[in-house]
Design a protein around this ligand. Structure first.
Ligand SMILES: [Fe+2]
Length: 261
């Protein structure tokens, strides 16, 4: 059995700082998107652009409250850098929409729903499982978006996001494990099932909202759903959550090697 490796908050702030200095998108490239591709991806692209543009103040608030409880001053800073990367995704997708002369939307039903959940949520555990779920769907979404276009600029934007998101999932997965480990066995039982249920239900919502894009990226429902179930097992499966923790010295090199998920 592999032991879960937990990186310190300082290790994460170092990682995010280093990652922010790496530029993976060549903005000199002209967008090159066909009419058919545009028709398939536009609605989803606009919705995710809006979703990635959140200010994150509610998450920062929850992280601050939680960090005081667990006595980890560095954690809110790591969360701030994490949110900054999300905003970079929103900016890049927005810049692309501007370049192809499409508008940035202000409202979307899925986004409104998630914003409501975010607004009322001050609990770090709920935040963590929600972020893990959305990010797992995001990995499949951006891969499908990449596969649904021949535009090099859009492909580069997607690759950059995919690299960031892999580390984001590891960051949140470690947090979920830390929170889960502190529960008694009855709470663990309830939480384990609640995480799976939330994850599966959200996966279904994302599928129906972005079916057209997934299909254009050559994903049908069963392939999509199998991928999501596989991801669920990797982040919140029994063998992960009930695993024995191995405290480890922070190391950025280690983090860079192990962040892909
Ligand atoms: Fe993102």
């Amino acid at each position: 059995m592999n032991n879960m490796k937990i990186h310190s908050s300082t290790s994460w702030t170092n990682y995010f700082t280093k990652n922010s200095s790496i530029k993976r998108v060549n903005w000199e490239l002209e967008p090159n998107i066909t009419k058919l591709e545009r028709n398939n991806i536009l609605k989803s692209l606009q919705a995710w652009q809006l979703g990635e543009t959140s200010e994150g103040e509610h998450l920062i608030h929850a992280a601050g409250k939680y960090a005081t409880e667990i006595n980890d001053n560095e954690y809110p800073y790591a969360v701030k850098l994490f949110i900054k990367e999300e905003q970079k995704h929103g900016n890049n997708l927005g810049k692309y929409l501007d370049l192809i002369k499409e508008r940035r939307i202000k409202k979307d039903w899925g986004d409104t729903m998630f914003r409501k959940i975010r607004y009322y949520n001050t609990n770090m555990e709920l935040w963590t499982i929600a972020v893990i779920t959305v990010k797992s769907a995001a990995q499949i979404f951006y891969q499908a978006l990449k596969d649904a276009t021949q535009c090099t600029l859009l492909k580069q934007i997607c690759t950059d996001i995919l690299i960031d998101e892999a580390a984001h999932i590891t960051f949140q997965k470690e947090r979920l494990y830390i929170i889960f480990s502190q529960k008694n066995s009855i709470s663990k039982f309830v939480a384990y099932h609640a995480y799976s249920c939330f994850f599966i239900c959200t996966s279904l919502v994302v599928w129906f909202a972005h079916k057209k894009l997934f299909n254009a990226g050559r994903l049908n429902f069963s392939r999509y759903f199998n991928k999501m179930k596989f991801k669920l097992g990797k982040v919140a499966g029994k063998s992960v959550l009930y695993n024995q923790e191995e405290r480890q010295k922070p190391s950025i090199i280690e983090l860079n090697r192990s962040h892909s998920i």
